[in-house]
Design a protein around this ligand. Structure first.
Ligand code: 2BA
Length: 108
């Protein structure tokens, strides 16, 4: 068994959630915050049989769109007081997925 940790943009979270559930995956959604942009995203915990891992990843990929976001250059340089605040584009969206081996799974 595997545990998928999938970090997705909040704009895609609803469709990821409903698409996974529709195909019978059990999902826990946690509200999270990206360390770089410091904006909200969603982290899904999905316990799956090994043979279903690829299908779960496929569903996540189908529902997560990459998009560009304009952020102050100072975020990128790590100096919030930097002036002038030039803007730059950062690619956001898609999904960041970790696949972990599960040692034990139980409903107690
Ligand atoms: P954030 O940390 O808010 O990052 C949002 C997007 O900003 C990233 O998208 C990436 O395109 C860009 N970015 C991040 N760090 C950067 C940097 N130092 N310089 C320039 N651009 C940077 P993604 O890579 O798709 O990541 C989306 C979210 O997934 C991240 O939100 C974070 O919450 C999570 N994430 C990504 N990689 C991770 C990792 N290795 N470990 C834990 N969480 C991760």
């Amino acid at each position: 068994m595997k545990l998928l940790l999938a970090i997705v943009n909040n704009d895609d979270a609803h469709s990821v959630n409903t698409s996974l559930s529709r195909e019978g995956f059990s999902v826990t959604k946690i509200s999270s915050t990206g360390g770089f942009l410091m904006s909200g995203n969603s982290t899904f915990l999905i316990g799956v049989e090994d043979s279903d891992t690829e299908r779960a990843k496929e569903i996540i990929a189908q529902n997560c769109k990459k998009r560009e976001q304009v952020v102050p250059n100072s975020i990128v340089k790590g100096d919030p007081s930097a002036l002038p605040r030039a803007m730059m584009k950062v690619t956001v969206g898609g999904a960041t997925v970790f696949v972990l081996n599960v040692e034990e799974f139980s409903h107690l």
